[in-house]
Design a protein around this ligand. Structure first.
Ligand code: FDA
Length: 320
């Protein structure tokens, strides 16, 4: 119930208006968000690299409402690429298609994506396309497939959510084309007619999809690049230790090289586990969000774990 309310709040404009102006909320969000500027985010990325952790940068923002904003959002991704090049930093980038116009006009979105991928190819940077709520799944996949056909196969990958019934088939279709896939549980509230209502079923589906990804990685000999810039086919994105250990065990069982998969986590979550995996010589990539539009992302993180909300509220009470 609390989780559903928080997911509602993450999408409510009135709540965003209030909370984003609140300096205490901004300070608390800093636990999950690497600053408001690209410079701050790149400083965080460098520190993670020093600890042996690869990264994917995300400039926060969702659902733009004008073509100009969509163009501007794509330009900001181009700025990230230039900055990474200029600083000699090897990081991937994650983007949301709604940020570059998906909900407004597909052609605008497609053109913005092509601009991004052309620059990514020129600068040897990998672009991951995040998955948003189920109203955008078909459109996201269609644009992803179309973009790949333009010769960007090695420069982009997609995300699939184990919460959706359709995902197992989507994964099979994507793997038939050797696509790089990040599997996550899914951060959005979905109707039970299209998504597993029970956590146990979401987890079981996560493991089923993990099996397929690992088998394909082994068959294709896909490995993370030595400099951490490019991921292998499977990116296992979760903080759920059971899911991670399941993946590592299955990979071991079928003889997949340690670098034939990578574990992905969000900035500021389960840093102990990130470090443990690095010590065990598994590739770990951390998703590093930054930007002024941190509100929906921050509230989704609170929704995932009541303890985070508790931490937020007790600090607030202490402050007053
Ligand atoms: P689960 O929610 O079951 O949590 C397992 C354990 O992890 C918890 O018991 C707790 O210990 C820890 N944990 C989880 N969340 C925490 C938090 N906020 N704070 C502290 N501890 C926490 N979703 C999506 O719909 N589209 C996408 O493109 C992406 N992309 C993405 C990239 C990466 C790298 C990650 C890690 C995740 C995503 N997600 C996503 C989000 C994902 O769908 C999911 O909402 C979160 O990862 C939380 O679920 P877990 O898999 O961690 O499991």
């Amino acid at each position: 119930m609390l989780k559903l309310f928080l997911i509602y709040l993450s999408q409510a404009d009135w709540a965003r208006q209030i909370v984003q102006r609140w300096s205490f909320a901004k300070r608390t969000a800093a636990r999950f968000v690497a600053g408001e500027t690209l410079d701050e985010a790149v400083a965080v990325v460098k520190k993670l690299h020093q600890r042996g952790i690869a990264t994917t940068l995300d400039h926060l923002g969702e659902n733009v409402i004008s073509k100009e904003d969509a163009f501007q959002a794509a330009d900001e991704v181009l700025d990230i690429i230039s900055k990474l090049k200029q600083e000699g930093v090897r990081s991937g980038i994650s983007i949301k298609l709604s940020q570059i116009g998906l909900v407004l006009d597909r052609e605008v979105c497609q053109n913005n994506l092509i601009r991004i991928l052309e620059s990514a190819r020129e600068n040897e940077i990998f672009i991951r396309i995040d998955m948003e709520d189920s109203s955008l799944t078909d459109a996201t996949l269609e644009i992803f497939y179309a973009a790949r056909k333009n010769g960007f196969e090695n420069y982009t990958g997609i995300v699939i959510q184990s919460s959706l019934y359709r995902s197992i088939q989507d994964v099979k279709n994507l793997l038939a084309e050797q696509c790089k896939i990040r599997i996550c549980k899914g951060a959005y509230k979905e109707h039970r007619s299209i998504a597993y209502p029970q956590k146990k079923s979401v987890d079981e589906n996560f493991d089923r999809i993990t099996d397929l990804l690992i088998e394909q990685s082994k068959a294709a000999g896909s490995l993370v690049s030595a400099d951490g810039g490019f991921p292998p086919i499977p990116a296992i994105a979760t903080h759920d230790q059971d899911r991670i250990e399941y993946a590592l065990e299955y990979a071991r069982k079928i003889g997949l090289d340690k670098t034939g998969l990578e574990i992905q986590m969000l900035y500021g979550i389960r840093e102990d586990l990130q470090e443990d995996l690095v010590n065990r010589e598994y590739p770990v990539r951390v998703y590093v969000p930054y930007g002024k539009e941190w509100y929906p992302y921050f509230v989704r993180r609170l929704a995932e774990r009541p303890a985070n909300l508790w931490f937020f509220l007790t600090n607030l009470v202490r402050l007053n």
